[in-house]
Design a protein around this ligand. Structure first.
Ligand SMILES: [Zn+2]
Length: 357
């Protein structure tokens, strides 16, 4: 009698603990796969202030800066200090210190606060054969911090042509080396690559799409999130956008490929008409495990600004099944990033000497 009382007391306690854990997860509405704490001049929101913006709405956030720094060229803009890449013709350059900055911001948090972030390494040049070595160095310098790499960019309207040095390319072996290393460690890869160039001529070969497919096929062991599903400010859905994405989703050789729907520019296209909204919702309902929500906000100062894209997407969420909606907003993030955390910590354990930990 006594024994069974203890057993049932333990069972009740366990049930309560499990319940409260679920309650904690369910208390948040959404996780954010795509968030920039700092801007193109490496300034941004204090991470403690940002936690207040996340509030009780956003549970977890994939956290990164921006790998590129906008040069303030006096010869180009004089006393005007540009903070965005469209404000000047001066080049952008890779700013590796961003990774140390993000790591230190993360380390300034309490353990419970840290559990809500998945920091990402971004400060590398994807056209450099040494890029993978930078990632290894960041992991061994700041063990216990990072879960992925990105957002980094190969082709992006207005941005990639402004980057100083060699132009990044989907066919550069430096990128293969990078994705191989990410796969070996278990890092999630968040990559931006426009699905096509701005304003293509009718019938022009979408060479980026072909190169991109080949790149994804070459790295089946790497978990990849294709940011914005390839859309951009003026990179409009190519005629058969849904068909192209669906083709990738139905290909078993691309099961490691996921899509984020971040950026208000993307929401603009997906929600353009009732028909586009319905088509996007139907695709997500058919492949509920492959899409992730993200904001792509940069250094926001209010919760309203931070959650603008989330609010915008309400008509899309309304057309999703309960299961697809939960996975898009939270479940897929938790599955991919929990898996990455586990693998990256194990890699660090095997590769970082005790003394430096
Ligand atoms: Zn972004």
């Amino acid at each position: 009698m006594k024994r069974s009382f203890i057993v049932s007391a333990i069972a009740t306690a366990l049930a309560v603990t499990t319940l409260s854990l679920h309650a904690q997860n369910d208390a948040y509405e959404v996780n954010d796969t795509h968030f920039h704490l700092t801007n193109y001049v490496q300034e941004g929101t204090d991470i403690h202030e940002f936690l207040k913006l996340m509030g009780t709405k956003v549970g977890r956030v994939a956290l990164f800066g921006i790998p590129l720094q906008q040069t303030w060229s006096y010869g180009n803009t004089g006393d005007f200090a540009p903070t965005y890449y469209l404000q000047t013709d001066a080049p952008l350059y890779y700013y590796s210190f961003t990774d140390a900055f993000i790591a230190m911001a993360y380390r300034s948090l309490t353990p419970a606060e840290r559990a809500r972030f998945d920091p990402m390494i971004t400060g590398f040049n994807p056209a450099d054969m040494y890029a993978a070595d930078h990632i290894r160095r960041v992991l061994t310098t700041f063990p216990g911090v990072f879960s992925g790499i990105g957002e980094f960019t190969i082709h992006k309207e207005f941005v990639s042509p402004k980057v100083a040095g060699e132009t990044a390319s989907l066919t550069n072996p430096a990128l293969d080396r990078l994705l191989d290393f990410a796969g070996e460690v278990g890092l999630v890869v968040l990559m931006h690559n426009d699905i096509d160039m701005p304003f293509p001529k009718p019938g022009q070969e979408p060479y980026q799409l072909i190169q991109l497919r080949d790149l994804f096929l070459r790295h089946p062991k790497t978990t990849i999130i294709w940011a914005h599903a390839g859309l951009g400010r003026v990179v409009r859905p190519v005629k058969d956008q849904i068909g192209i994405v669906e083709n990738a989703l139905s290909n078993p050789a691309l099961s490691h490929l996921n899509f984020d729907i971040s950026w208000d520019e993307v929401a603009k296209y997906l929600l353009a008409t009732p028909e586009t909204t319905r088509a996007a919702a139907e695709l997500i309902n058919r492949y509920p495990d492959r899409f992730l929500f993200g904001t792509d906000e940069v250094a926001p100062t209010t919760q309203q600004a931070y959650l603008k894209v989330y609010t915008q997407y309400a008509p899309l969420f309304a057309q999703l099944t309960t299961d697809a909606s939960r996975k898009l907003r939270k479940g897929n993030y938790e599955r991919l990033f929990d898996d990455a955390r586990r693998k990256v910590r194990a890699w660090e354990k095997a590769h970082v000497k005790e003394t430096s930990r």
